[in-house]
Design a protein around this ligand. Sequence first.
Ligand code: SF4
Ligand code: SF4
Length: 353
Amino acid sequence: MKIVKLKKDNLFPFLEAIKGDAELWAPVKKDDAKHTFQPVDDFSQIDLDYTRTILPPRKILLPAKFNMYQASKSEFTSDFSHISKKIIFGIHPCDIHAFLTMDKFYSYEIEDPYWLEARKNLVLLGHSCWPDENCMCKSTNTHVVEEGYDLFFTDLEDTYVVWIGSSRGDDLIREKPELFEEDLTDTDIQKFIQRRENRDKAFTTEINFAAMPDLMELKYNDALWEKLGDACLACGSCTNVCPTCNCYNVEDRPVLGKDFSNIQRCWDACTLENYSGVAGGENFREKRADRLKLWYTHKLQSYISKYGKPACVGCGRCVATCPVDINVKTVAQSLDGNEVDSFWDRLSKEVTK
Ligand code: SF4
Ligand code: SF4
């Protein structure tokens, strides 16, 4: 792997040089001080001083709603019109790992052409980050990346150390080689090592993910799930913000005056009641406790059996989002026998209100 150096003043000229006709998405700070990935033409809008965006970057590849195909009585035509060349700049290691997880999921047995086509058209430019109290990526070993990006920028105050992760990344550097320096000094290397050590020490949340598959099995009928189900609002927010969630619904939208329908794909959530509804009015997971158990089985158990790692990449979005504090951190701690008293106190107040 090749490593080069870029002065921070040269970042915007570099982005300008590589953008071409692609849409560049980057983190932008909203009025409420939260961050979101948005398409940016004016690079001064980019704010790299963020921990996590509200929605994960999978929204850029698979929007909340898009046409999959048009169907008439006799034929159907696939619709890839929402896919175009895109660059994501400023994506953090946990979200890059989430893309790698989705790659596996969407090419396992039956390929998802919409994800795979969008991926082909995507350039990923990663950026280093600093953890807050909700980050669990060190526990999931997704706090560093060795693959899955084209370039990765590590912030060393006035310069970036830029890791080249693909031949496409190498081509991007060659667009403006004069902006880069090839040789890292001993001081650069020392700064990089020091930053990594300091960052490792900054993680304050540790979750024993390795123990989760066994604990999920052992506690499948634990009263924990009923308590959580009683408190859960079934709002679906945890699912919408999780970078590895992939449930969707398919809707048939007839077009007035035409002999075809648009077949739309829209985000869905297994934490919502209607998701498990079937013809005849039956529902396999009517109870919120059962739906939560399914969600956590996916995150903490079944992906580990199938893909060798949890579906959770430790981004902390469910921790920052669930209005009643049901999230990977509190659930994993409870499964591990480390119930957070204040969490359960508050939960019981919510339930008895
Ligand atoms: S389960 Fe929570 S912490 Fe884990 S990847 Fe999903 S949103 Fe992030
Ligand atoms: S666990 Fe929290 S975020 Fe998820 S559906 Fe229940 S209340 Fe909403």
